[in-house]
Design a protein around this ligand. Structure first.
Ligand code: AMP
Length: 113
């Protein structure tokens, strides 16, 4: 989508601090970190939100979770991290391109606010 900031990051048109990249997935540091480690994982193709996950694209979503586990292991926080996706404005989704927040480096409360 031409007006989507995460599509532009995926295409390299907007710079990001990359953590991981392959043909279908990009991981990069969040600009406004909510934990000592705050990485965003996105599919390179445009999926608007978790509400748009289907049998056709769920393999890609599974791959994103594999990448999250790999990053957690490589960065040494596999024993404690949170993966979150906000879906819809009422849940706090500000960028309408599916993304998973990978957060670590501090304790997290439950339930989330
Ligand atoms: P959400 O509010 O769940 O939609 O998450 C969007 C996230 O994207 C927020 O945590 C923002 O800080 C982050 N963000 C927005 N623009 C950028 C950018 N250009 N580079 C890195 N992170 C960004």
């Amino acid at each position: 989508m031409s007006d989507c900031i995460f599509c532009k990051i995926a295409a390299g048109e907007i710079p990001s601090r990359k953590v991981y990249e392959d043909e279908t997935v990009l991981a990069f540091y969040d600009l406004d970190p909510q934990a000592p480690e705050h990485i965003l994982l996105i599919p390179k193709t445009h999926i608007a939100s978790a509400a748009e996950i289907t049998p056709q694209n769920s393999g890609l979503v599974a791959h994103i979770f594999e990448v999250a586990a790999e990053i957690a292991a490589q960065k040494g926080f596999a024993d404690g991290f949170r993966v979150v996706t906000n879906c819809g404005e009422s849940a706090g989704q500000s960028v309408k391109h599916l993304h998973f927040h990978l957060l670590a480096g501090r304790d997290f409360t439950w339930p989330p606010g």
